[in-house]
Design a binder for this molecule. Structure first.
Ligand code: CA
Ligand code: CA
Ligand code: CA
Ligand code: CA
Length: 469
């Protein structure tokens, strides 16, 4: 270890860069012509006295003054470590780089970071036919020998030759490299291999999005610097805007696709409710971001049911929870919430059993909210839970920790009495309905909304789910 550290700085501080040595050496500022070998040898010899304390057993070189690198050199060696007080050592201000080859009379250069590219400041001459010293490579191409992720061509998708940093190995270069020697690339998150330009190729072939589940749609909730997409469920490739339908469930087991442009309602799936009816009354549904399981509230029995409408199977009834649930929604962590319109509370469910785990009063400015009918949805872009307060014609964002609501949209619609709410991650707006009246509502604080064509019939709920195609 000791030997290598010394070796490292001797060459870094005392010797010419190989390209410089091929023509000139610099000695205390004076440039003089010298052959490569002479230059290198002079430097090595001049520096060798400092290296003489090293353990001879570590030496693999047949040169009398050479000290072989050890494994520790990759992390302990530093081109800037120590200061050189040897008056015979040269300083080198030449930072040019040129490819050189070893074993044929050229040079070997140290590769401390092990990326296959040699440090031009740490090169030694090679003799024809000889093997390189351990830790040396036959080129001097590294632009930062202290970072294995930074070298020429590290990010070939950005540039096959430029010196870039690609820490996450997706072949795109860090767009804000901390390494001053690296050229910025276009990877907006170089710590995440699922984030790069064109990652979400279906949604946008060029934006720098995150697509963790590889379905071609970008994660809707991302860190600063990353382009947000419209995939609310980026850990589940089966749920994305490429396969979704805005639907409502009916009391006869049918699922109706809602055409928001025309108001048409068309049956696209149905379940066999034979053993469950009567009474069977579904008034709200939500889909799990974890496994795409659909839960609905069966209001007549005050239970949750698990529905697989694509299979047509009879829904599975869960535990009697005894609540009047008018809205259901999952947060991204898989927690299932509901709104109890009798208790005016936000409740938390155990998705496994359908039992209520906890409840908090719904409030705005600390005052209780009288929920009569409601809709519930999760804004996966803003990562917030939305509940309609129909009596007051507004949409609230509910803090799940406290039950406290913040007004997100307040629309001039009198007794709106919304019974359905769903968030559209593509438009970033909400759909909400009161019976057969359907609205599209902005969630940006503008309170803008518009009424869409009247629905064919009055419905209870709005949800996105898979098309079953
Ligand atoms: Ca490197
Ligand atoms: Ca990268
Ligand atoms: Ca990346
Ligand atoms: Ca995705």
């Amino acid at each position: 270890m000791v030997s290598m550290r010394r070796f490292g700085w001797l060459f870094a501080a005392g010797l010419c860069h190989a390209p410089a040595c091929s023509s000139t050496c610099v000695d205390d500022g004076a440039v003089f012509n010298q052959s490569l070998e002479a230059c290198m040898t002079a430097g090595i010899t001049a520096s060798a006295t400092e290296g003489s304390e090293t353990d001879a057993s570590e030496s693999e070189s047949d040169g009398p003054t050479m000290t072989a690198p050890t494994e520790g050199s990759a992390t302990e060696g530093s081109a800037t470590e120590g200061s050189n007080s040897n008056s015979n050592s040269n300083s080198n201000s030449n930072s040019e780089s040129a490819t050189i080859t070893g074993g044929d009379g050229g040079s070997w250069c140290e590769d401390k970071d092990g990326d296959g590219f040699g440090d031009p400041a740490n090169c030694v001459p090679s003799e024809p036919g000889e093997d390189p010293p351990a830790g040396f490579v036959p080129n001097d191409d590294d632009c930062d020998d202290g970072d294995e992720h930074t070298f020429p061509g590290a990010a070939p998708n950005d540039d096959p030759e430029a010196c870039m940093t690609d820490a996450d190995g997706d072949d795109w270069g860090d767009n804000t490299p901390t390494d001053p020697d690296a050229v910025p690339g276009t990877d907006c998150d170089d710590d995440d291999a699922s984030t790069f330009p064109g990652s979400a190729e279906v949604e946008d072939p060029s934006k720098c999005m995150k697509d963790e589940d590889g379905d071609g749609w970008g994660d809707s909730s991302v860190d600063d610097g990353v382009d947000g997409g419209s995939d609310c469920y980026d850990s589940n490739a089966d749920i994305n805007p490429g396969d979704r339908v805005l639907y409502t469930a009916t009391d006869n087991g049918e699922f109706l696709a809602i055409d928001t442009a025309t108001g048409d309602l068309d049956v696209f799936a149905s379940v066999d409710i034979g053993p469950l009816a009567p009474p069977y009354a579904v008034i709200t549904c939500a889909i799990s971001p974890i496994d795409a399981t659909i839960y609905c509230s069966q209001s007549a029995k005050q239970i949750l049911i698990v529905v697989d409408y694509c299979s047509g199977d009879t829904p599975i009834e869960l535990a009697d929870h005894g609540r009047s649930i008018c809205g259901l929604g999952f947060l991204d962590d898989g927690t299932l919430y509901g709104v109890d319109s009798d208790g005016d509370e936000l409740v938390t469910f155990d998705p496994g059993t359908g039992e209520v785990l906890g409840a908090k009063p719904l409030t705005v400015d600390g005052n209780g909210v009288n929920i009569q009918a409601c809709g519930m949805a999760v804004d996966c872009v803003g990562e917030r839970m939305l509940v309609t307060d129909g009596q007051n014609s507004r949409i609230l964002s509910i803090d799940p920790e406290t039950g406290e609501g913040t007004v997100v949209a307040d629309i001039e619609e009198g007794q709106w009495n919304s019974v359905g709410l769903e968030f559209d991650p593509v438009s970033k707006q909400a759909f909400s309905n009161n019976g057969d009246r359907l609205f599209q509502i902005a969630l940006d604080g503008s309170n803008n909304y518009m009424q869409l064509p009247e629905l064919e019939q009055s419905i209870n709920d709005l949800s996105y789910g898979p098309t079953c195609d």
